[in-house]
Design a protein around this ligand. Structure first.
Ligand SMILES: Nc1nc2c(ncn2[C@@H]2O[C@H](COP(=O)(O)OP(=O)(O)OP(=O)(O)O)[C@@H](O)[C@H]2O)c(=O)[nH]1
Length: 757
């Protein structure tokens, strides 16, 4: 509607402009028509004057000729000639020389008026717009006049100044006889006709001009009326489009310009779509965006200090609150316990149930933690599944109990969406002022303590102890050194033989990583592998081990050793790498080893951590022809249904069951069960950590397929391993030549049994 009004307004405005032009044109036409009437009258007047001058000059000539004839006075003769000269354009025409000139000329003959240009009377008549027909009449009159002039000239020639009275009387008669009068009448007739015609013509043209003037006046008046109507309409439309008076509109705009979005702008009913209406709507929008900006600013202020997911303080806010808590505690001489809490295996919840459920868990956890806090304690979320709690007044005696309470709160039954979850957390505690007075240091120490709690099995708490600092320092040192060592000669692989029980032949080797640092010396795998795992270095390290082992297996093949299976351990992080199967295939392809010569060992814990994912990865590796084995079997909690789905070929019985197998019936039963289950699933078994003859005998009795351990050999360098295999091969051949089982022979005397690498 507003658009229609605005369009209508524009249309009418254009129409008004057009009509104004029309109005001006009509007015101009009207004025022009009026002027034409005046012009026609002027021309008539001028023509009459000229015809009158012709007539008058003829009379004057008669008058001068007669006077001269009667008196012989030369002045009359001079005047006569002058009149003729003026009429024919031979002498200048006095200004305003119309009818009564010669009456004004004094006796001395001086001209009473100034002279104008010399123009023949006929030329003046032509210039006065006289028509050719009219002009012909005047020319006729002029010709008659000229004829009369001839008579007059003759009469005046007779009446010379000294002529006698009779001659003079004769001259006078010539100027008064019938011929003369007839000639005179010939002059006047055409003039009369001319005047009649002139009258008719000018009447017609005046009438015509008057007619036009009437039309023009009507058009002008009509245009005026229309213009006024349109102007009124335009004003009305303008008012409708504006929706208010210009003053009101100006006041509204001025208010908005001042930034006053609060005072409402009133709009008459039905005028919502006018300029005033738009202003009112704009004001409302500006007011609301002002409000949303204020809300957004409030939100930004909130987000700067609080975690939006849990509503707890964020790390920025924690800095302030901790400083306050430490300052208060410092003044009061009281302790503050800083608890660093991290959920256990939270990543699994995210991975298995989705990030949304993970978020819900974090929110629920925050709610539980908040419920455990006293009013002056501080709870904040650092990020992820990490929370920091500042417990005022809690020292070495109170902090453990508070931590225990928090752990109990976390572990309480928890139902999120449709899932019943068992949550647990690990807590590290650092105490103000004993462990530090600066937040940064206390956080670092509580983090170390938390890491220790994780390391010791999770779902527990640890107070910071200085030894932890040493441990972490060592860890950092190891990580830095390991990063340098990657790909250098400091890292080496050793190989522990895997022997088939039924034949005594070496059927495989387990590749094991060793690290000798120039300053740190020999670093135990137990120490550097966790450091590598913690720092993420385990992934490139594992890839390096895989390539070295595969390359070595290929070298042995080329050296003529019998086919061996190269067993390589996979870390959890490696196994979770999405590109693992492709990497394995690429290494095998590049090093030229058949896939079935490679056996990847995976601990039970890693496989069962995410059984779905493990099945997927194992399937992919299996399709590529690579063998898989479960390491340390029996220490974790394998689900038999998953075990069935895993594409594995071997179970490695953990050394803890082998150690006392000779004396411990339970271990015997476990090993027997594992072997029997493996057979049932079509898997082979290998026992690790076999050191004694007795252990070997028991495992043989239980039906284990392969043996690995010091009984046969410690892990060997590549050369030593090759020599070991050749020696064992020779021994097996010799034994079979003697008809004695190689196994029996070699059982008594393990080869390289004491070799240490
Ligand atoms: N749902 C959710 N997950 C988050 C958020 N922030 C970080 N995470 C995830 O939280 C997980 C934290 O895992 P970690 O604490 O490193 O590991 P964990 O699985 O808890 O294992 P441990 O701490 O060793 O017991 C990671 O997978 C992050 O991707 C968040 O705001 N919401």
């Amino acid at each position: 509607m507003a658009t229609t009004d605005a369009t209508g307004f524009a249309r009418y405005a254009w129409l008004t402009a057009g009509l104004s032009l029309l109005f001006c044109a009509a007015f101009t036409l009207y004025v022009w028509s009026e002027k034409r009437i005046d012009r026609a009258n002027d021309l008539r007047h001028e023509s009459e004057l000229l015809s009158e001058e012709l007539r008058q000059s003829s009379d004057d000539l008669t008058h001068m000729a007669r006077s001269y004839a009667a008196t012989g006075e030369p002045a009359f003769r001079r005047h006569y000639d002058t009149i003729l000269a003026i009429r024919d354009g031979r002498a200048p025409r006095p200004l305003d020389y119309h009818i009564i000139y010669w009456d004004l000329v004094p006796a001395d003959g001086h001209a009473p008026r100034a002279d104008g240009p010399a123009v023949p009377l006929l030329t003046l008549m032509r210039q006065a717009g006289i028509t050719p027909a009219e002009l012909a009449l005047l020319a006729q009159s002029k010709a008659s006049s000229d004829r009369l002039t001839g008579i007059e000239q003759s009469a005046m020639a007779l009446a010379a100044p000294h002529a006698d009275a009779a001659v003079r009387a004769q001259a006078s008669r010539m100027l008064n006889d019938a011929t003369y009068h007839q000639a005179k009448a010939d002059i006047m007739r055409p003039i009369m006709q001319f005047q009649l015609r002139l009258e008719q013509r000018t009447d017609a043209s005046v009438r015509d001009a008057k007619q036009r003037a009437v039309w023009a006046r009507h058009a002008f008046l009509l245009a005026g009326v229309l213009l006024v109507t349109l102007l009124l309409r335009v004003l009305w439309l303008l008012r409708t489009t504006l929706g208010a008076s210009v003053t009101t509109l100006h006041a509204s705009i001025a208010r908005l310009g001042r930034g006053d979005f609060v005072t409402p702008i009133t709009v008459e009913p039905g005028r919502e779509n006018s300029v005033q209406g738009w202003l009112a709507a704009t004001r409302a929008k500006l007011a609301s965006s002002d409000a949303s900006r204020a809300a957004a600013e409030e939100q930004v202020r909130y987000l700067a200090h609080f975690d939006p997911l849990t509503g707890l303080a964020n790390s920025n806010q924690m800095q302030l609150l901790a400083r306050q808590a430490f300052a208060d505690a410092g003044r009061a001489g009281q302790p503050v316990a800083l608890l660093f809490l991290d959920l256990d295996n939270f990543k699994d919840i995210n991975d298995a149930l989705g990030h949304g459920t993970g978020d819900a868990v974090l929110a629920e956890l925050a709610r539980r933690l908040r419920a455990q806090l006293a009013h002056d304690d501080v709870g904040c979320r650092l990020g992820g599944d990490e929370f920091v709690l500042l417990l005022r007044g809690a020292g070495r005696a109170e902090a453990p109990a508070r931590a225990q309470q928090l752990l109990a709160a976390v572990a309480a039954p928890c139902r999120i969406e449709q899932y019943d979850l068992n949550l647990s957390a690990s807590i590290g505690i650092a105490l103000y002022p004993d462990d530090g007075t600066e937040l940064e240091l206390l956080l670092q120490r509580a983090d170390m303590a938390m890491y220790s709690a994780k390391h010791e099995g999770r779902n527990g708490y640890r107070l910071f102890a200085p030894a932890m600092q040493a441990h972490f320092t060592r860890q950092l040192q190891l990580v830095a050194a390991l990063r340098q060592a990657l790909g250098s000669a400091q890292l080496q692989l050793v190989y522990q033989p895997q022997v088939a029980l039924h034949s005594g032949a070496v059927v495989g080797a387990e590749a094991l990583l060793r690290w000798r640092h120039p300053e740190l010396g020999e670093v135990a795998p137990d120490e550097f592998i966790p450091a590598a795992e913690h720092s993420g270095l385990i992934v490139p390290l594992g890839a390096w081990v895989l390539r070295q082992a595969v390359r070595q297996a290929r070298t042995w093949r080329d050296a003529g050793l019998p086919p061996l299976t190269m067993a390589v351990n996979l870390s959890a992080a490696q196994f979770r790498q999405p590109g693992l199967p492709e990497l394995v295939s690429q290494v095998l392809r590049e090093e030229g080893l058949a896939p079935d010569c490679l056996e990847l060992e995976l601990t039970e814990g890693v496989a069962m951590h995410d059984p779905h994912g493990a099945v997927h990865t194992m399937n992919s590796l299996h399709e590529r022809g690579v063998r898989m084995a479960i390491d340390d079997f029996g220490t974790g909690f394998s689900s038999l249904s998953y075990l069935k789905q895993f594409k594995i070929c071997k179970l490695k019985i953990d050394r803890s069951f082998v150690r006392d197998i000779g004396d411990n019936p339970e271990d015997q039963a476990i090993v027997a069960a594992i072997v029997s289950m493996a057979r049932g699933l079509g898997l082979s078994t290998i026992s690790e950590g076999v050191e004694t003859e007795q252990q070997l005998a028991m495992l043989r009795e239980q039906g284990c397929d392969e043996i690995q351990g010091y009984y046969y050999s410690r892990p060997l360098a590549a050369d030593a391993f090759e020599a070991f295999v050749r020696a064992r091969l020779a021994a097996v051949r010799l034994a079979s030549d003697d008809g004695v089982s190689a196994n029996n022979r070699t059982q008594a005397r393990p080869i390289f049994g004491s070799a240490r690498v």
